[in-house]
Write a protein that binds this ligand. Structure first.
Ligand SMILES: *Cc1c(COP(=O)(O)O)cnc(C)c1O
Length: 307
């Protein structure tokens, strides 16, 4: 396996006396890398323990979580059901008609069903979950993005894995639901700083959600983190030439492909924060590449190969 911890030499970092490292969780497993796999680990164990044979979850049509659940089902012997936001592309669509994410999910054995926007909005309501249980029978339900208390536990393990290889002052990660950042906070237990870069425009809600997650999992709120909501580039999965240019440049300079939804924004944000003097001189910052590279196939299909 390639080295999981990579030095990122950038003039802006050396000018500010900051050592920047990249944790390559995108390389952690050939089929199931990144934070979505970490969030699944203890959920899969719980599903098994509870005697479940089927996982049911929710997501958008290009979701990394949907992709990960489908792959996990194939690798660990669960049937999987994906309730996808949006209209059915065609009743019983052939694989070729599905977008790359859903085509791969179907190939991994996931049964795909579609929810219109108003049904999808109810995805975390207990009544709605009951309706799904009545419809599909006994299934282990994973929430959208895979974020729950067990997911935090899987993400918390990253802290010890990084600590085993290097001392650091801060961990930086992209935030969607905030579950990964919340998990890192429980792993850090207040010792070092965490920095979250929001991928969505609605990042204003994130802090409360992260605090609710750690409260639920650990009975505690942590204050050793900063959340930055200025690097969403127009919002979730919005096409930005500036961001794509940065991703291209980062690949040329460091040989690392970032994804356009999360980790591209993270690295852009971290370098900008270094530029602004957010990290003190002499500190070591570990940015986490949480994976998500499956999204590129769908991105090219939507926006063309120039994207
Ligand atoms: C889902 C995802 C995130 C965000 O994780 P949350 O736990 O929802 O905050 C970050 N990076 C990648 C690549 C993801 O797929």
């Amino acid at each position: 396996m390639e080295e999981l911890l990579q030095e990122i030499d950038e003039p802006v970092a050396s000018a500010h006396g900051v050592r920047l490292l990249l944790w390559r969780d995108d390389l952690a497993h050939p089929d199931l890398p990144g934070n979505k796999a970490r969030k699944l680990k203890y959920n899969l164990a719980a599903a098994q323990q509870q005697g479940h044979h089927t996982l049911l979850t929710f997501g958008g049509a290009y979701s990394n979580h949907i992709a990960a659940v489908a792959t996990a089902g194939r690798l660990f012997g669960f049937q999987t059901i994906g309730l996808i936001r949006g209209d059915d592309p065609a009743q019983g669509a052939a694989l070729a008609e599905l977008n790359p994410t859903l085509a791969q999910a179907a190939a991994d054995g996931m049964a795909l069903h579609y929810l219109d926007r108003s049904s999808y909005r109810r995805r975390s309501e207990p009544d709605f979950i009951d309706e799904q249980l009545a419809r599909f029978g006994p299934v282990y339900v994973l929430p959208e993005g895979g974020t729950n208390a067990l997911a935090l536990r899987g993400c918390a393990e990253l802290v010890a894995e990084i600590q085993a290889r290097t001392d650091f002052d801060a961990l930086a990660v992209a935030a969607g639901t905030g579950g990964t950042l919340a998990g890192l906070l429980t792993g850090l237990a207040g010792r070092q700083q965490a920095v979250g870069v929001a991928a969505l425009k609605s990042g204003g809600f994130l802090r409360a959600e992260i605090d609710a997650l750690t409260q639920q999992a650990m009975g505690q709120i942590y204050t050793n983190y900063a959340l930055h909501t200025d690097y969403h580039f127009g919002g979730y999965a919005k096409n930005s030439a500036e961001l794509l240019g940065f991703i291209e440049q980062f690949r040329a300079r460091h040989g690392v492909l970032l994804d356009p939804i999360y980790t591209g924004k993270l690295l852009f944000g971290v370098l900008d924060l270094i530029r602004q003097g957010h990290f003190r001189r002499g500190s070591t910052v570990v940015a986490i590449h949480t994976g998500g590279l499956q999204a590129w196939a769908g991105w090219h299909a939507r926006f063309g190969t120039s994207g």
